[in-house]
Ligand binder design. Sequence first.
Ligand code: PEP
Ligand code: MN
Length: 338
Amino acid sequence: MIVILKEGVTRTQIERVERRLIDLGFKTHPIYGEIKTVIGAIGDKRNVNRNAILLMEGVEEIVPIMLPYKLASKELYKKPTLVDIGDDIQIGGTQLVVMAGPCAIEGESEFIEVAYKIKESGAQILRGGAYNPRSSPYSFQGLEVEGLKILDMARRETGLRIVTEVVDPRDVETVDRYVDIIQIGARNMQNFRLLKEVGNGKKPVLLKRGLAATITEWLMAAEYIMNEGNENVILCERGIRTYETATRNTMDISAVPAIKEMSHLPIIADPSHATGHAKYVPSMAKAAIAAGADGLIIEVHQDPPHAMSDGEQSLRPNDFISLMHELSKIAQAVGRSI
Ligand code: PEP
Ligand code: MN
């Protein structure tokens, strides 16, 4: 529920209300607005006497949050959330944020080479899998800690920020030490132990939509992370499973405006996993930006036919650089910059 406080409420009154809510078993989320302060209170309100809070000094009203997702909903946070990546990048603002790089880190020299191309394109964040969740146990699974060290090196050499996926709760602490954004992949969107583990930290989390997840289920996954205290969640539409086989998945462009309506969290799009074909990536990247996405994550590999994973959907570095130029026109048309 949302406890709305009166205009001019004092700091002591706010603290008293918050303390009462905590004593009643709620987790509290105070939001200090320009005019009004509200406290989001998340917990079981069935056995709570409403008047125990309503009649406290400084309290104006109590409004229930009807949606199953509370912290991720716009009922609680009306303004769009801006997720800070360090002190110079914000996801969710006018400036679009592009993440790019190979599906998997295959070796040091190849990765550093592609990292410089990503830098040249104007993208801000470098991607590369160190722990790759593959559909087959016989496929390349990633370089693990060695991969994280290569990511770190690329970060120091190019100044790009880093995003990588974590697949096991036991690796969260290690991955957290190396990266700027922790990715939760589609296959793990409902791995609740993993969600809680990244929720315990402070690192921004890129939460991909599950292979067959509804938007509400996806927001409930975000809620798991936020409920642990980490509200730096960035959603990523990466296509969902449908009956269509011409593309790897079906990119749900309408998820972008739907998320903007339902949540304050930023959303980016992944046209690479969504289509599975490099030739379709530019069109879908443009469509996502036109629909209002806050950024993109795109797979780029210097030699796609020989990539150890997801070569068919990876752009060559120069094609990615051309796409970035084209995207800037779309961005401009919708009042954004790239
Ligand atoms: C990836 O980003 O390489 C990946 C495995 O993505 P997804 O979880 O969306 O399939
Ligand atoms: Mn991939």
